[in-house]
Write a protein that binds this ligand. Structure first.
Ligand code: 16G
Ligand code: MG
Length: 555
């Protein structure tokens, strides 16, 4: 009886969201993405998946509608698991299957069969809850409605609209709801400003008199959701003067167009809205949904070229700071893991290894780095493009709290106590659900302040090796298979030999190719001692990809 009711509810709902003709959808590196006008069925079906995920885990799940740094006409959807991380990868095949089910009946059958296989109780015996959010894209509102209807096509499932949020805010909320606090956006803002203030107050006294330039920060909000949120947070920030540009307000420009972390990192060029008046000032850039962060500074007399501080250098700054605090606390042993991808600059990896840190590589995509970071007491991960965060294990967190409260009562004001308190503030400031440009930005600022470091000092940590990225459109990018965290091609086998031969010609040469997870292209990355060598290595490998797979080269 309950089964019949569930079936007819699914059929009624699915009829309203037919699969567009001739399209296939795939849950890629960061969920489903496509032109926003064709995504209603995909988002509706993702709502069903999220509701089932909530039933399966007996917890609150999340769903966010965003296409991050893609153009404004695109949109996308991804699902958050109860701990705030991305949906468990084992469910992706099911998400793909239902996204492409040709008609309501096959969709309903897939759902019922999957629920049976996974022992998910349907029919209302158990309730489900999904938190929803969207970014500022014009197609977001209609897609949110599709998600709601997908969720309510599962009996007992409730959708809770949290509004227009950054992706990390939604992940953070899901994580907190499952810890028992029904946290809202104002709790998120308060947690950032409070822990930022604590960390700033723990800076050595001699760093308190920084000059005006050091206190000033200009932030490019990509004309996306992050800029407006930052405007709110900054109302309660003391000790930092933040000028937010590209907030998406009338007249400021289009989402991600000529601005945003992806643009800045790839083009090495200042975003629109920045000019020579900003010379000498520390700047940061968020992406369209505020889960990527890079810093930069304009180079004089270059027509807005920039000096970039990417995810690798943010990672290095976090690693140094955490390692320094731990070195003062021998009673708090911790296994530290630093996670990077093949895109990490070789100079960054060398720098981190020279600090004595364990550096591990995973394939590209937050879900892989995050998963690896969970294996450590403290797992720090960053992609060069600015996605990253720091994770602390439950055991480490409870040890830290214990040590901190003991030191606070027995040795208040001591270097050890301050080190423990700094670590506590870091754990509260950084978003442990997922990489978060806003919380990451404040952690960077508080660390620079604690260390009394100028932007220049941070830039000078190490010198990036020159690198070049190219993309090649091929007939079938899945013809390339990689291994060893995408550093080697295993198929077609001849290609790796050619890459090895080319790479061997250059001092500090390194090169890899991989099929993109978000675009229909093969990507090539090359690094070498000089820019000319990196360019020529990338070009010659692109020619080989071209001749083996058939293509045209794009910068
Ligand atoms: C997505 C991923 C990012 C990855 C990028 C690679 C998330 C949240 N985002 O933006 O981690 O670096 O894809 O794109 O996982 P590519 O496969 O096209 O090179
Ligand atoms: Mg993003």
């Amino acid at each position: 009886m309950a089964g019949d009711q569930q079936l007819s509810l699914l059929l009624d709902s699915a009829v309203r969201f037919p699969l567009p003709n001739g399209l296939r959808f795939s849950y890629g590196t960061s969920g489903f993405r496509s032109d926003g006008s064709v995504l209603a069925s995909t988002v509706h079906r993702s709502g069903i998946v999220a509701a089932l995920r909530s039933l399966k885990t007996r917890s609150t799940a999340g769903l966010v509608i965003t296409a991050s740094h893609n153009p404004v006409c695109d949109n996308g959807v991804k699902i958050a698991d109860p701990d705030g991380s991305m949906m468990d990868q084992s469910w992706e095949p099911f998400a793909n299957a239902i996204a492409n089910a040709p008609d309501p009946n096959s969709l309903a059958q897939l759902v019922l069969q999957f629920a049976k296989d996974e022992k998910i109780p349907l029919g209302g015996a158990q309730s489900a809850e999904v938190l929803l959010a969207r970014d500022t894209r014009p197609t977001g509102e209609a897609l949110l409605e599709a998600a709601k209807q997908g969720i309510s096509s599962i009996i007992g499932a409730v959708a809770i609209d949290m509004g227009v949020l950054t992706t990390p805010e939604l992940h953070w909320m899901v994580r907190n709801w499952n810890k028992g606090t029904r946290a809202t956006e104002s709790d998120y803002f308060a947690q950032i400003s409070k822990s930022f203030r604590s960390l700033m107050e723990l800076a050595p006294n001699e760093n308190l008199n920084l000059n005006a330039v050091e206190k000033k920060l200009i932030v490019d909000g990509a004309n996306g959701v992050g800029g407006a949120k930052l405007e709110e947070i900054k109302k309660n920030i003391i000790g930092l003067e933040i000028d937010v540009r590209n907030t998406g307000k009338e007249g400021e420009g289009l989402l991600n167009e000529g601005c945003g972390a992806d643009f800045v990192q790839k083009e090495k060029f200042a975003p629109s809205g920045f000019c020579s008046d900003d010379l000498g000032i520390r700047c940061a850039s968020l992406d369209g949904d505020a889960d990527r962060l890079v810093f930069f500074r304009l180079i004089p007399n270059t027509n807005n070229k920039i000096e970039l501080v990417d995810g690798d250098k943010i990672l290095s700054l976090f690693a140094i700071f955490i390692q320094e605090q731990l070195s003062l606390l021998e009673e708090l042993p911790a296994r530290l893991g630093v996670i990077q991808t093949a895109y990490a600059n070789g100079a960054a990896t060398d720098y981190l290894r020279n600090l004595g840190l364990e550096v591990i590589f995973t394939p590209t995509g937050v879900k892989y780095l995050h998963e690896k970071a969970l294996e450590y007491d403290i797992g720090l991960y960053f992609e060069a493009n600015g996605h990253g965060t720091v994770l602390f294990s439950k055991e480490f967190l409870s040890q830290l709290e214990l040590v901190n409260s003991e030191l606070t009562s027995k040795m208040p004001g001591s270097e050890k106590q301050r080190a423990a308190s700094r670590l506590v503030a870091v754990t509260q400031l950084i978003n442990q659900a997922v990489g978060d440009a806003l919380s990451g930005l404040f952690l960077v600022e508080a660390i620079l302040h604690n260390k009394g470091w100028s932007f220049q000092k941070w830039c000078d940590l190490y010198q990036d090796l020159p690198s070049r990225q190219l993309k090649v459109k091929v007939a079938d990018r899945t013809a390339i298979e990689t291994a060893d965290a995408e550093t080697r091609v295993v198929k077609p086998s001849a290609l790796q030999e050619l890459i090895d031969t080319e790479t061997a010609k250059y001092t500090h040469g390194r090169c890899f190719v991989r099929p993109s997870g978000t675009e229909d292209v093969v990507r090539i990355y090359a690094e070498a001692a000089t820019q000319d060598s990196a360019d020529s290595l990338a070009n010659s490998v692109a020619q080989h990809v071209n001749s083996i797979l058939g293509s045209d080269i794009k910068a």
